[in-house]
Design a protein. Structure first.
Length: 452
């Protein structure tokens, strides 16, 4: 099914408490002296399905990607930073090209918990990519990673960090997140909302963020993450408008229920295997009265680094867990992907591998990937057949490599094709430790015993 270009919008006039609906092709007139901020979040690679209305500044409050860390990262060497796959980088570049070419004179964005690609690239590399993709527009596009920035009279703060986590936990902080600002503030952008509705009808406020906004004179909070909470909320004190601008539905859907855009494709083709979101909620447009008026179209972003306010990132725990298992006399887990096309291999190798490992066998790639993403088992090693179209072992390996754990899974590909084909071997080398066929199985077992 095809999803039409999404044009639904909500408009928040200055001092208003409720939205006014409109279509992006017929925006309401700008209030005198106001700065118009167009707010989106949680586009999850489906940004090209949006038709955005005009505004002075376009703000994206994170979750550009869909499961960026689970799909598009791997570790080259144990205990080293994660490396972004070419597919992951290409998806982000695709977003930059779209975002930087929107009609808004100025743009700003942050990452979210799905955006491990951005975290792994690092702030400076992200900014270099913006310049490389669109040199003429880059001075007007700000990537904020717990930074303040100014644009003529306009000041903004943006941070992707939060203290919660899940299986998508980019920009997760184990320590306290400092929100004290050095500048006055007009727009305060975080991925996690500072205000959320509770089941009893009352509101839950993040008092630390609210206090920082009150102190800085914030005029508008823009956030996302909680798709279901899309809407407008106001702080108890000072009545600061806080919009949750997530545009995607909150339901995680399998491919049969996913809509493709006008191009006939999903933003991330891997959605066909793992699932994803559909666009549902309106784009939010806010007019705010910034002292000094709106920025001039020729103004460029000035980013102010926040010295002495480092964020303590999440720690890798897998190495410690493996060591604890060894001390307790437990066998390490080995993931064995042996598809139905080669049952003899499974019957022959499983008993041998079981002498050294707790073998977890899968013959279906989707089931294997789900188990890996659930993180209920720490896999010390993996033996995988290449499989066949629609059930490829390389997808299992990529899912393992996307994990951010501290100890590297030792991966073996069992394939006569890979052994005999130089091009296949080269394509596998970045994510595989050893390639064997039937004639070299003994070598594989010796290596796996050494790994044990």
């Amino acid at each position: 099914m095809t999803q039409q270009v999404h044009k639904d919008c909500y408009y928040l006039p200055p001092k208003a408490t409720e939205f006014q609906p409109f279509e992006s092709s017929s925006p309401p007139p700008l209030h005198a002296g106001c700065t118009r901020v167009v707010c989106i979040s949680d586009t999850h690679n489906e940004h090209e399905n949006l038709k955005l209305p005009w505004g002075h500044i376009l703000v994206h409050s994170g979750d550009i990607m869909t499961e960026g860390g689970l799909r598009h990262l791997y570790k080259e060497v144990v205990n080293t930073p994660s490396v972004v796959t070419e597919e992951g980088k290409a998806l982000f570049v695709k977003f930059i090209n779209w975002f930087s070419n929107q009609e808004h004179a100025h743009k700003a964005f942050i990452g979210g918990n799905h955006d491990w690609v951005l975290q792994a690239l690092g702030k400076e590399e992200v900014r270099k990519l913006i310049t490389k993709c669109n040199p003429s527009a880059s001075p007007y596009v700000a990537y904020l990673e717990h930074d303040e920035a100014s644009l003529g009279p306009f000041n903004i703060f943006g941070s992707p960090y939060s203290n919660w986590g899940g299986h998508n936990n980019a920009f997760l902080s184990e320590g306290e997140i400092p929100y004290d600002l050095s500048l006055s503030n007009h727009v305060f952008v975080t991925h996690s909302p500072p205000i959320l509705p509770k089941s009893d009808g009352h509101l839950s406020e993040d008092h630390k963020i609210i206090k920082s906004m009150q102190k800085a004179g914030t005029l508008l909070s823009v956030s996302g993450h909680c798709h279901w909470a899309h809407g407008i909320y106001h702080s108890t004190k000072d009545k600061i408008p806080c919009v949750v601008a997530s545009v995607c539905d909150s339901k995680w859907l399998s491919m049969k229920n996913l809509l493709v855009g006008p191009s006939g494709e999903r933003g991330d083709a891997v959605d066909s295997l793992y699932g994803g979101y559909n666009i549902r909620f309106p784009i939010i447009v806010c007019d705010i009265l910034v002292p000094g008026g709106p920025p001039d179209s020729k103004d460029t972003w000035q980013i102010h680094e926040r010295k002495g306010q480092e964020i303590i990132g999440v720690k890798d725990t897998r190495k410690a867990e493996l060591e604890r298992s060894r001390k307790e006399g437990k066998k390490p887990a080995l993931l064995f992907f042996g598809p139905p096309t080669d049952p003899e291999l499974v019957e022959r190798l499983s008993p041998l591998l079981s002498t050294q490992y707790d073998v977890v066998h899968f013959d279906d790639v989707e089931q294997a990937v789900v188990a890996i993403k659930a993180r209920n088992t720490i896999f010390s090693a993996c033996v995988a057949k290449l499989g066949s179209r629609g059930n490829l072992g390389v997808k299992v390996v990529e899912a393992l490599r996307a994990q951010k754990a501290g100890a590297k899974t030792f991966v073996v590909i069992h394939s006569a094709t890979a052994v005999s084909s130089e091009s296949t071997r080269k394509s596998l080398e970045p994510i595989v430790d050893l390639i064997v066929d039937h004639s070299t199985e003994a070598e594989m077992l010796q290596v796996l015993l050494k790994e044990r």
